[in-house]
Design a protein around this ligand. Structure first.
Ligand SMILES: [Zn+2]
Length: 338
C-alpha cells in the first residue's frame, strides 16, 4: 500500500463520510473496495464491516446504558444493539469484573413481587447490609441462627459463617448484576443508616405488611406490658418518616417521634391493630421470628372488646327471649360460660 499524504487522507475521509456505501466511495476515489476498506479502517472512518460503516456515515448511533454501572454505551449497528439489549450486556469494565466470578450468588429472588421477598427485604433493611461491592450481608446473634438459615435457604447461599466465639453468625452473598438492581429498586444506600430507602412506591397492602413484618423482626420489639402486648420499633433519627409511615399503616392513630436519646421510635399499644397485624402475618405465611410474635396472643380480649361483644350478645338475646329468666340463663351461659 502506498502512503497517502495528509491531504489525500483527508480527501478519503471526506468522500467516505459523504458516501452511502463503501462501493460508492470506491467508485469516486477510483480505488478498489478492499483497499479502500483498509484505508477507511486505518483513518477511523469505519469499524468492522460495511454495516457499521454505513451507520456511522448516516450518523445512526444507538445508545444504551450499562445495566451495572450506568455507563453510556454506543452501538453503530442495529443488530449488535439488539443483541446487547436482549442479553443485558454490561460494559467492558464490568464484564471483566463479572468474569472474575464476582457473581457468586443469584439474588434475583429479592426482586420478586411476593410477600416472602418483601418480608426479607424488610428484614435486611433493618438487620442487613448492602455493600458497595454488590454484597448483601446479614449478621445475627446466634440465638437467631435458625432465622438466618431460613434467609440463607431463601437466597440459596451455601453456608452460614460463625464467629470464633460463636456469638454471631453471618451470611454474605455477592451478585454483581442483581444487587445493584435491588438497591436501585428500593433506593437502598450503602450507608443506609443515615440515608433511608424510599419505599413510597409500594402500594400493595400485603407486600407492605410483609415488608413491615420483616422490619419488625429486624429492628422491632414485641413486649408484654402488664397483660397487654406492645410493639415498639426504634432506629436512627433519619428514618423518622419511614417509621411514621409504618406506624400509621399498623394503626392510623400511631405516630413516630424522636425520643430523648435522639432515636426515631414508634410504639403501637392498640391491641386490635396488633392482632390484625399478626393475623395478616399468618395469612401471608411469613417466616417471622416466633419468639417475638408469640407474644401477641390472638385470644387476648381487652375490656373494651369484651364489653362490646357482651353488649351485642345482650341485644341479640334480649330480642329473642321474652321471658327475662330464660334470657338471663342464656346470657350467662354465653358470656360467662355458666
Ligand atoms: Zn459497566
Amino acid at each position: 500500500m502506498r502512503k497517502f499524504t495528509k491531504e489525500e487522507q483527508e480527501y478519503v475521509i471526506h468522500i467516505c463520510n459523504k458516501s452511502k456505501s463503501i462501493t460508492q466511495a470506491s467508485k469516486i476515489l477510483k480505488i478498489d473496495r478492499l483497499t479502500l476498506k483498509k484505508y477507511a479502517k486505518k483513518f477511523g472512518c469505519f469499524k468492522n464491516g460495511r454495516k457499521n460503516y454505513i451507520s456511522v456515515l448516516e450518523n445512526r448511533i444507538l445508545e444504551r446504558k450499562c445495566p451495572r454501572c450506568n455507563k453510556k454505551l454506543t452501538y453503530t449497528d442495529k443488530s449488535g444493539y439488539n443483541i446487547a439489549v436482549k442479553k443485558k450486556d454490561v460494559c467492558r469494565k464490568c464484564g471483566v469484573f463479572l468474569s472474575k466470578k464476582i457473581r457468586k450468588s443469584d439474588l434475583s429472588i429479592l426482586l420478586e413481587e411476593t410477600p416472602l421477598t418483601y418480608y426479607w427485604i424488610g428484614f435486611l433493611l433493618a438487620d442487613g447490609n448492602f455493600g458497595k461491592t454488590n454484597t448483601v450481608k446479614c449478621t445475627l446473634s446466634s440465638i437467631d441462627k435458625d432465622h438466618l438459615i431460613k434467609l440463607k435457604n431463601f437466597l440459596k447461599i451455601k453456608s452460614v459463617n460463625f464467629e470464633k466465639n460463636e456469638k454471631y453468625c453471618t451470611i454474605k452473598a455477592m451478585d454483581g448484576i442483581n444487587a445493584p438492581l435491588i438497591c436501585k429498586k428500593f433506593k437502598i444506600h450503602n450507608r443506609k443508616t443515615y440515608n433511608p430507602p424510599k419505599l413510597s412506591f409500594i402500594k400493595d397492602k400485603d407486600l407492605k405488611t410483609a415488608l413491615i413484618a420483616g422490619f419488625i423482626d429486624g429492628d422491632g420489639c414485641i413486649q408484654y406490658k402488664g397483660k397487654r402486648f406492645t410493639l415498639s420499633v426504634k432506629c436512627h433519627s433519619s428514618w423518622l418518616n419511614i417509621l411514621s409511615d409504618f406506624a400509621k399503616f399498623i394503626n392510623p392513630t400511631t405516630n413516630a417521634k424522636i425520643n430523648n436519646s435522639g432515636y426515631a421510635i414508634f410504639q403501637v399499644l392498640n391491641v386490635p391493630s396488633l392482632k390484625k397485624l399478626k393475623q395478616d402475618v399468618i395469612r401471608l405465611q411469613l417466616p417471622v421470628l416466633k419468639r417475638k410474635w408469640d407474644k401477641i396472643n390472638l385470644n387476648y380480649v381487652m375490656h373494651e372488646e369484651a364489653h362490646e361483644r357482651n353488649f351485642k350478645t345482650f341485644i341479640k338475646l334480649f330480642n329473642k327471649f321474652k321471658n327475662f329468666d330464660h334470657f338471663k340463663e342464656r346470657f350467662n351461659k354465653i358470656v360467662y360460660g355458666k
